[in-house]
Structures are given as structure tokens and as C-alpha cells.
Design a protein around this ligand. Structure first.
Ligand code: HEC
Length: 144
């Protein structure tokens, strides 16, 4: 009887673990998602700025500070007013970069700077894809 219960408990535990992993971040899947970003971005040790800034090290970096990239005033102003990219902030940014940056500045009391638009015209809504692509980007960032 006890043994049966132990087996049952193990089966249940295994089921919980497997189902949870379905919602976890998956860097391998994120690499596939990142192909959509590669129209404009590169990432990795030798990545260069393209249409968009190199995303190597972007997690933990102040917004608008990739060396040599000509950012929009909006993206730069957000960084100058305290925007340092974290997983959660990139999560919130990707569905609507323009709205995110304007809200960030407005919340900081800088509504006067929340004008114009970001050059990042791409939007990624899908939650799982956002999680996965952030897991992938994190592989190229020292801070999390
Ligand atoms: C159509 C081109 C394009 C695509 C596709 C694109 N981006 Fe961008 N991205 C940009 C540009 C341009 C900027 C700079 C924005 C500015 O200066 O306002 C940017 C900025 C960013 C930033 C802020 C960088 C910083 O240094 O502050 C992040 C993070 C980012 N993109 C992530 C992504 C991710 C992740 C994807 C794919 C899901 C993606 N982008 C797809 C063009 C693009």
C-alpha cells in the first residue's frame, strides 16, 4: 500500500514537472523566434549594429546606449531617465515598443519627453515567444 502511494506520488510529481516545463523559457525556441529580429538586429560577440542596435549584452544595459548606434530621442531619453533593460522590462516592451517608452517616461514625470516615435517598429505580442526570445538574448548578456 505504502509503495503504491509512493509510486503514485512520483507519477504525479513527474506530471507536474513536465507540464510546468511547457511554460518555461526556452532559449532554443527563442533562437528560432530571434530570426524575426534578425531583419534588423544581430547578437553575439562580433555583432554589429544594423537597422537596429546590436543586442549583445542588452539585458542589464541602459536603454539607448549600444556604442555607435543612432537611436531615436525617445529610446535615448528613456535610458537617461533610468530605463535599464531587464527580462521583465523587455517582456513589457516588445508588444508595443512605442507605447512602452512613452509610458515609462510619463511615469517618471517626463511626459514632455514622451514625444516622437521609436525606430523599433516591430511588435511581438505572443507571450511564449517573448519569453523564449528573452531566454535566448540572455545567453549573450552577463547580467540578468
Ligand atoms: C524592423 C526592424 C526591427 C526588428 C524586426 C526588430 N527590431 Fe528591435 N529595434 C529596432 C530599432 C531601429 C531599434 C532602435 C530604436 C530606437 O532608436 O528608437 C530597436 C531597439 C530594440 C531594443 C532596445 C535596444 C536598446 O539598446 O535600448 C530592444 C531590446 C529590441 N529592439 C529588441 C528586439 C527584439 C527582441 C526583436 C525581435 C522579436 C526586435 N527587436 C525586432 C529595429 C527592429
Amino acid at each position: 500500500m505504502n509503495q503504491r502511494l509512493t509510486v503514485l506520488a512520483l507519477v504525479v510529481a513527474a506530471m507536474v514537472l513536465t507540464s510546468n516545463s511547457g511554460f518555461a523559457q526556452d532559449a532554443a525556441k527563442g533562437e528560432q523566434v530571434f530570426k524575426q529580429c534578425m531583419t534588423c538586429h544581430r547578437i553575439g560577440p562580433d555583432a554589429k549594429n544594423l537597422v537596429g542596435p546590436a543586442l549583445t549584452g542588452v539585458i542589464g544595459r541602459q536603454s539607448g546606449t549600444a556604442p555607435g548606434f543612432a537611436y531615436s530621442a525617445l529610446n535615448k531619453a528613456a535610458g537617461e531617465n533610468g530605463l535599464v533593460w531587464t527580462d521583465d522590462l523587455v517582456m513589457a516592451y516588445l508588444p508595443d515598443p512605442n507605447a512602452f517608452l512613452k509610458k515609462f517616461l510619463t511615469d517618471k514625470g517626463k511626459a514632455d519627453l514622451a514625444t516622437g516615435s521609436t525606430k523599433m517598429t516591430y511588435k511581438l505580442e505572443d507571450e511564449q515567444k517573448r519569453k523564449d526570445v528573452i531566454a535566448y538574448i540572455n545567453k549573450f548578456s552577463e547580467k540578468k
